[in-house]
Design a protein around this ligand. Structure first.
Ligand SMILES: NC(=O)c1ccc[n+]([C@@H]2O[C@H](COP(=O)([O-])OP(=O)(O)OC[C@H]3O[C@@H](n4cnc5c(N)ncnc54)[C@H](OP(=O)(O)O)[C@@H]3O)[C@@H](O)[C@H]2O)c1
Length: 276
């Protein structure tokens, strides 16, 4: 019997690549995203090319009760989820005192609440069966505060902390939990963050294919943490050796520069001196 994987944010970017890898490996897939037309296209393509069943829900995961509705519907159809990929997520840019609360509330709802609720419902079933795999898409942003993207960075710090904690709780149950921590990836994510075009980030861009492939292998092995890319691995470890205030100032500087806004370099000099 075929196994089934549920992927959130499967209509594009990293989530679509995960769905493709799973379908290629003969998993039936349950796809969640808001854009129905993309999901219909993917369903047709996967069913034809990979001979798997594709179910989709065009749902907004920031809306209350949606997670429970999806879970109940899958139960009703007697579909058991063997692999859960919590991938859907987004961010915003700007000083917290100037940004939109409506957008930030949705970031918290999608990146944190929906991810936690889906994990809550499916993890319990997996542990009862003694079998299952979960991958939560975190980020290199999880490892330090991110001025100008404060809510997004903090949401990923939550995902990282939560995923590593429950990965430890489920040890020995037959279930694994993996946190995937990509650096910048060439998807629609950056465009949705802000109208101001990013440019600095282009220096260290991975493809969604390579990130999903790396995450997929980590998921299959049951790794606790997966950081794609040598530079990202280096940077995540390097922050442990640099004073935290300096790290935060550097992130601020890079975020400002990335979005081409004006920058006052002199305000960072004291912290750079401290690093040297
Ligand atoms: N790209 C990067 O640089 C980067 C770096 C590190 C981590 N990440 C993380 O990687 C994950 C995937 O991002 P991506 O780069 O692939 O971004 P993306 O290309 O923007 O894809 C996001 C996916 O999430 C879905 N989605 C967005 N809001 C949703 C909602 N309210 N309800 C249901 N689905 C929703 C989108 O589909 P619809 O619009 O059709 O709903 C889309 O399928 C995110 O968690 C992101 O934080 C990205």
């Amino acid at each position: 019997m075929k196994r089934t994987a549920l992927i959130t944010g499967a209509s594009g970017g990293i989530g679509f690549e995960f769905a493709k890898l799973l379908a290629q490996d003969s998993y039936n897939v349950v796809l969640i995203a808001r854009t129905e037309s993309r999901l219909i296209k993917i369903k047709k393509e996967f069913e034809k090319k990979y001979n798997v069943d594709v179910i989709f829900f065009f749902k907004d995961l920031t809306k209350p009760n949606v997670v429970k509705e999806i879970y109940n519907e899958l139960k009703r159809q007697n579909i058991k989820i063997d692999v859960l990929i919590n991938n859907a997520g987004f961010g915003n840019f700007g000083k917290f005192y100037e940004t939109s609360w409506e957008k930030e509330a949705k970031i918290l709802q999608l990146n944190i609440v929906a991810l936690t609720h889906l994990t809550k419902l499916f993890l319990k079933d997996m542990v009862e069966r003694g079998d299952g795999k979960i991958l939560n898409v975190s980020s290199t942003s999880a490892f330090q505060p991110g001025p100008l993207m404060s809510v997004y960075y903090a949401s990923k710090a939550y995902v990282q902390s939560f995923s590593e904690a429950i990965a430890t709780e489920v040890r020995g149950t037959g279930v694994t939990v993996t946190a995937l921590c990509p650096g910048p990836v060439k998807t629609e994510f950056q465009k949705k963050v802000s109208d101001i075009e990013p440019h600095l980030i282009n220096l260290n861009l991975s493809t969604p294919e390579s990130v999903a492939r790396y995450g997929y292998h980590a998921l299959q092995r049951g790794d606790r943490v997966a950081i794609p890319g040598l530079l990202n691995q280096f940077l995540i470890h390097a922050v442990n050796f640099i004073p935290r205030t300096a790290v935060i100032d550097i992130v601020y500087l890079l975020q400002e520069k990335n979005r081409k806004s004006k920058i006052n370099i002199t305000s960072f000099i004291p912290n750079f001196k401290r690093i040297i």
